[in-house]
Write a protein that binds this ligand. Sequence first.
Ligand code: PMP
Length: 437
Amino acid sequence: ANELDPETRKLTEEREVLGPAYRLFYRKPVHLVKGVGSHLWDADGVEYLDVYNNVASVGHCHPRVVEAIANQASLLNTHTRYLHENVLNYADDILSTMPDELDRVMFQCTGSEANDLAVRVARTYTGGQGIIVTAEAYHGNSALTSGLSPALGTAQTLGLTMRMIPTPDTYRLEIDGVPASQCKPEAFGAWMAGEVRKAAADMQRHGIAFAGLLADSIFSSDGVYPDPVGYLKPVIDAVHELGGVWIADEVQPGFTRTGDAFWGFARQGIVPDIVTSGKPMANGLPTSMMAVRHEVLEPFAGSIPYFNTFGGNPVCMAAAQAVLNVMRDEDTMGNARTVGAHFKAVLTEMQQHHACIGDVRGAGLYIACEIVKPGTKEADQPMALNILESLREHRVLTSVCGRYGNILKLRPPLVFSDSDIDWFADAFEKTLSELKA
Ligand code: PMP
């Protein structure tokens, strides 16, 4: 910490008031004061490239979102016990992006709250308690969702009615002797469906009825496993055969991120029973939602009142509507597809010259880059962390994910451009040569 400038050191020390649970990124924390598009500036006026932020989905401080927020905030913002057209217009509009079966939507402020509600709805509908998640999943910070988030690594918080299935790790797994990366979607999906059946059977042995699978269709916190497209179909069939529901946690893959479809589940060709989202919805205003089939919602909503003070308020809905309008008008899906494909190609090319890059995979502007010990598939977390720190010195901000914390998670605002890729590639090349990786 000695190398910190006085202002950064002061702010870092003053954070003690927040308690020790929070984790800042970087040995030398970044103090940001301004953002435009996919670029950020720190207090000294230094410009950074943002390769990590899915909250600023349509770019930092998008003028149309800023204007929508300011206009509505200067008219009215209130709790949600009155009529307001913003929430109804947005409800219709967001449901129009989904399959017809998903015809009800409720609004919250965070992804955690949306998942919390989704689990309650699933349990009431099925009469079961048991929820299956993947081994490194993160679904939120509430009492219920932290108990469904093995990524937190705190076994004592995990729920007794929770069961884990393995990460669908297409880089390392072998299915019947065939590397998962070469498996057909049906075969890989059949393996995963088998894991769901085993977990449900274990629940049953313990007297727990199965309620559903809570899964992020890109498995972002597990390490980003979007392919082979179609592998989730046998899994959702198994969930339904077992009497459960599929809760698609779209906090990460939704809102055009994967480039092929508006929703991650749609890219996989499945129709979930419940969909949750949050982060990218309102470009930074706390806004989240749970969309659901009306028949699945009915037993819960017909008997249990639900009130969310801020969820769906006029300002958040104005921001969410502006985000959706921008996504259409600026074709963020098309940008995620073409710029994402270029980004992946550049990284795949770099993989040829740098033995520490074990795998490059992803969909659209959601790309994972596995850092391994050369010549093996062994995760190299210390190297990945050194890469992060060095990228930061080259003014590129990103982070890592996955069980071993060795996977660079490249997930920029959806307005990321080819010149941003050049910036990243230049910084990554310098980083790898400095680290002799
Ligand atoms: N689900 C997923 C897949 C997430 O990535 C996150 C947040 N990282 C959440 C849920 C929780 O969202 P929030 O932090 O808004 O509560």
